[in-house]
Design a protein around this ligand. Structure first.
Ligand SMILES: [Fe+2]
Length: 165
């Protein structure tokens, strides 16, 4: 087992903190949308929150396999300026884009450390993250398009409620 370089370890800890911050932000968005009666949108946000917790767990598991315990960093949970489906879908996209950027730093840290196992692992995670960022962008556009017409927004909310997300 090769010990993890300190800078790379710090980048992993930062990534875990970001994933956990996302989980809190999504859970907060869930509450805000639920309070407004948007069942489908809130359900999607809740599922995203659990996905984010899973992402933090994946990195934790990888570090455990490498024999590294990580230290908790301060967790920042970004908030939306407004509580409505379009603003919270935009927040979701912003979270995913920021996560992708942090993950690129993690890939660079792994490359700098010449840690092949970590490079392979985080490069795979980055590919997944790029897909999530794109999906969040597409979703934000759909909500923005629907937001101009209350009927369209209600239909989208129902679709999300019935989808097994
Ligand atoms: Fe994530």
């Amino acid at each position: 087992m090769i010990e993890i370089d300190p800078k790379l370890a710090a980048a992993f800890e930062n990534q875990i903190a970001v994933e956990l911050g996302n989980a809190i932000a999504y859970l907060s968005a869930y509450s805000a949308l639920r309070a407004l009666g948007w069942e489908g949108f809130s359900k999607k946000m809740k599922n995203e929150a659990f996905d984010e917790f899973g992402h933090a767990q994946n990195f934790t598991k990888y570090l455990a396999r490498r024999g590294m315990a990580w230290e908790a960093k301060e967790i920042v949970a970004p908030e939306a300026a407004e509580s409505n489906p379009a603003a919270l879908a935009e927040l979701a996209y912003n979270l995913e884009a920021a996560t992708e950027s942090v993950m690129r730093d993690l890939v660079t840290a792994a490359q700098d450390a010449k840690d092949e196992s970590a490079v392979e692992y985080v490069a795979g995670k980055l590919v997944e993250q790029e897909k999530m960022t794109k999906q969040a962008w597409d979703f934000a556009q759909r909500v923005k398009d629907a937001a101009g017409e209350i009927g369209a927004l209600v239909i989208l909310d129902r679709q999300l409620e019935n989808k097994g997300w």
